[in-house]
Design a protein around this ligand. Structure first.
Ligand SMILES: *Cc1c(COP(=O)(O)O)cnc(C)c1O
Length: 481
């Protein structure tokens, strides 16, 4: 008998099922061990921080060393932040339900492009199930249609393209802009809205930023004035965008008021619910997005509040027709006809051509645990944020920016002896990250520097948050010496 393994050349080796099987088992064990460690041992670092130059040097050295493939996985793990650590309280990235990671592995190996039906039969059909479900939770009728796309940034850009198609002269797609177009948005909106409007050619004056009230929500009493001023200056306002919630402070705009304004002025109403739109799955918190079903389009990131690996974003249109019109264009080699309304050739409606099989990551979660998991996650994280706010308020050395509506909290350490609180809080933050015991971030609000936490991990407990505040006080004491 021929010895096949001996005969394999490098190309054949790259596809060797038995190598894959052996290494696969080892890597899954490695990840499972890691998860066990961070969940049970609080002394396990969240991050082993190295400065960028040292990190680069480490990998340069690694690249020329003769360590094996397994070491690569091990080293990546050791040199990465662990979002599964209960003391990861930093950026707004979902802590993925681990089974969904296996769907990610499947997506990578199958590499179904999904833009064309045959290149993702399962993923396209599943995508319709997922997005129909989100549409229903938003409160849309069966007229709605959506798709999954690579991140909230791209989804917001796509929604604004659809808005332009629907509300601006239709010749733009062929002839370019003849007119000054604009959108209305809260000054607290995510920066990607500003970026999207600039990409669309609206320029900085075409992004009309409405100031916020003391709760950091769009001050809707100013809407008429800003709108009329824009019109008087020759702008055609095509859309208003609500944040649900804002990234900086987690504040939800009043969507019902924005909807009424959009209806009255015949402009597009888009809701950027990348972070907080997931509350449509929670009986307790869905009141925060009251009015969302009146939006023409809604963005919700599954990789923020819905426990799915990045990037997995739903963009849902109230009327399917709008989603088909966004990119009306010929791509004959891909599709027989551009004009037939085929949900299953999802590339007709998405920015991407080739796209990951992101739907299967969500489907794995829903099939295994049901929608209830999303609800439990939101209720847990939003509820813990309120309790954390109370802990902060109970300590005289701390100042909270606002009562949290979501799981985002900004606060700072106060010290009557020191006037430069910005430097003090920056130093506290730096010291915390270097210690590896906690991961939180920092931000600037109204020109003051704040410590910023987003409670993303449902396994984070109250005692972890007490320990965080204790540690901040301890660091501050040392800094005062
Ligand atoms: C995170 C976020 C975005 C950007 O989404 P990505 O998925 O990171 O591209 C947009 N808007 C809001 C409100 C967000 O919180």
């Amino acid at each position: 008998m021929k010895d096949l393994t001996q005969k394999k050349n490098i190309l054949e080796k790259a596809y060797d099922p038995s190598d894959f099987r052996t290494m696969g088992h080892q890597v899954i064990d490695l990840i499972a061990d890691h998860l066990e460690k961070v969940q049970t041992d609080p002394n396990q670092p969240v991050i082993s921080y190295q400065n960028p130059e040292d990190e680069f040097a480490y990998w340069q050295q690694d690249f020329s060393s003769d360590s094996g493939t397994f070491d690569v996985f091990k080293n990546i793990l050791e040199h990465s932040i662990s979002v599964h650590h209960p003391r990861y309280i930093g950026h707004q990235v979902a802590v993925p339900a681990v089974l969904s990671g296996l769907a990610g592995l499947m997506s990578d190996i199958l590499s179904n492009g999904t833009g064309v039906y045959e290149m993702g039969m399962a993923s396209n059909a599943i995508e319709k199930i997922i997005t129909d479900l989100v549409a229903e939770r938003i409160g849309y009728t069966s007229e709605a249609l959506g798709f999954l796309t690579s991140g909230g940034t791209l989804a917001n850009l796509t929604a604004l393209l659809a808005a332009r198609k629907a509300k601006a002269p239709s010749a733009i797609w062929e002839e370019g802009h003849q007119e000054k177009l604009a959108v209305l948005v809260s000054e607290e909106a995510h920066y990607c809205i500003d970026r999207a409007a600039r990409i669309l050619g609206f320029g900085s004056k075409g992004i009309i930023k409405i100031p916020v009230d003391r709760h950091f929500k769009m001050d809707t009493s100013l809407l008429d004035d800003y709108y009329n001023n824009a019109k008087a200056a020759g702008y055609h306002v095509i859309a208003i965008i609500g944040s649900a919630c804002s990234t900086a402070t987690g504040s939800y705009d009043d969507l019902d008021v924005l909807a009424a304004f959009a209806e009255q002025n015949n402009i597009w109403f888009h809701v950027d619910g990348a972070h907080g739109g997931g509350v449509v799955f929670s009986k307790q918190y869905k009141h925060l997005v009251k009015g969302i079903s009146r939006a023409d389009s809604v963005v919700i990131d599954f990789h923020k509040m819905l426990m799915t690996p990045a990037l997995t974003t739903a963009l849902i249109f109230r009327k399917a027709e709008d989603s088909y019109k966004t990119f009306e264009q010929k791509a004959q080699y891909l599709w027989e006809s551009q004009n037939t309304r085929e949900w299953f050739n999802s590339g007709k409606r998405t920015f991407e051509c080739t796209k990951l099989m992101m739907s299967i990551k969500v489907y794995t979660i829903l099939k295994t645990y049901g929608e209830e998991l999303f609800e439990k996650n939101i209720d847990q994280l939003y509820g813990l944020a309120i309790r954390f706010a109370n802990m902060i308020k109970a300590r005289p050395n701390f100042e909270l920016v606002i009562e949290p509506q979501a799981n985002i909290l900004n606060f700072r350490y106060l010290d009557s002896e020191k006037t430069d609180l910005n430097t003090l809080n920056t130093t506290i933050h730096k010291t915390l990250i270097r210690s590896g015991e906690f991961y939180i971030v920092q931000t600037i609000i109204q020109e003051k520097r704040y410590l910023r936490t987003t409670i993303m991990n449902p396994l984070t407990k109250e005692h972890d948050l007490v320990a965080l505040l204790d540690e901040i006080e301890r660091i501050a004491d040392i800094l005062q010496l």
